[in-house]
Design a protein around this ligand. Structure first.
Ligand SMILES: C[S@@+](CC[C@H](N)C(=O)[O-])C[C@H]1O[C@@H](n2cnc3c(N)ncnc32)[C@H](O)[C@@H]1O
Length: 265
């Protein structure tokens, strides 16, 4: 993981070289439309408020839970006692990005969505609210974290979320064998190169040309940057959009010439 200082330097480099967030100079009609209609949509949707209320509750919750650690490999190595508010502060995708995911779902209307890494479910709730007609499959290994996420889905009255407990190593292949081809995947757990590339390969085998891939924390560490670069150079990838804290990948062969964008957000 990069230090805060290293990350700040990286962000500065990105900010100086990325396209400005208004879409000037972007010649891809698809990307220009994405910038105009999704990235720059500043409307306060009514779905935001109940989810942000839950985030606030989590950030005030000083109870402790036992959390399995999946960090060092596919087997659970140990459990730690951790405070809910601290997990919420460090693990949940911030409002700005979670709401962007809501707008992506609202605009492109994916019917089958898979999230790797539920945590307390705030981003899952945004994904599910973006298209109430979609099925959102979310995977989480930590038992007590998953239980809190389930309570949060109930609080939001969301009925289109299916949570699979357990290690991704097992739950992901099982899930992909039983659901329709995913239209959108959000990979936000186990931020290391090898697992990230393995998840991508798993999803690729079940994807279709319009599947949208979203990767979290692509500049979080050298390892994750290596994973992101490998993914962008994959022969099936025809378009990538680097927003620094998340990256979007498309495999649509209609995008005839491979293009890689960095856009300020
Ligand atoms: C960064 S958090 C997810 C945040 C959430 N997507 C959001 O946007 O708020 C990552 C989650 O993935 C889970 N996780 C990490 N590695 C895992 C694995 N190998 N199997 C199952 N769960 C795992 C962790 O327990 C953690 O709750």
């Amino acid at each position: 993981m990069y230090t805060s200082f290293q990350l700040a330097i990286k962000y500065l480099q990105y900010y100086c070289t990325a396209y400005n967030g208004r879409g000037h100079g972007i010649h891809s009609p698809f990307v220009f439309d994405f910038v105009k209609q999704v990235l720059n949509d500043k409307k306060e949707y009514s779905a935001y408020k109940p989810i942000e209320n839950i985030r606030r509750e989590l950030l005030r919750d000083n109870s402790s839970i036992e959390v399995e650690d999946f960090g060092a490999g596919s087997a659970v190595i140990k459990t730690n006692t951790r405070v809910v508010s601290k997990i919420a502060a460090s693990s949940l995708k911030p409002r700005k990005y979670a709401q962007l995911l809501f707008r992506i779902v609202q605009y492109y209307k994916p019917g089958t969505i898979v999230e790797l890494g539920t945590s307390f479910g705030t981003t899952t709730a945004y994904l599910a609210s973006g298209n109430p007609g979609a099925n959102v499959y979310t995977l989480e290994g930590a038992t007590e974290i998953a239980a809190i996420a389930r309570r949060n889905f109930d609080k939001c009255g969301l009925k289109n979320i299916h949570l699979s407990p357990g290690n991704f190593d097992k739950t992901l292949p099982q899930l992909l064998a039983t659901i329709a081809k995913p239209d959108l995947v959000y990979i936000d757990g186990n931020h290391r190169r090898e697992p990230t590339l393995w998840y991508f390969e798993q999803f690729l085998q079940h994807a279709h040309p319009s599947t949208i891939f979203i990767f979290d924390d692509i500049h979080w560490s050298k390892d994750m940057e290596a994973a992101w670069n490998t993914i962008c150079s994959h022969p099936q990838v025809t378009l990538s959009i680097d927003l620094f804290f998340i990256g979007l990948v498309f495999i649509n062969p209609d995008f005839k010439v491979k293009q890689e964008f960095q856009i300020r957000y």
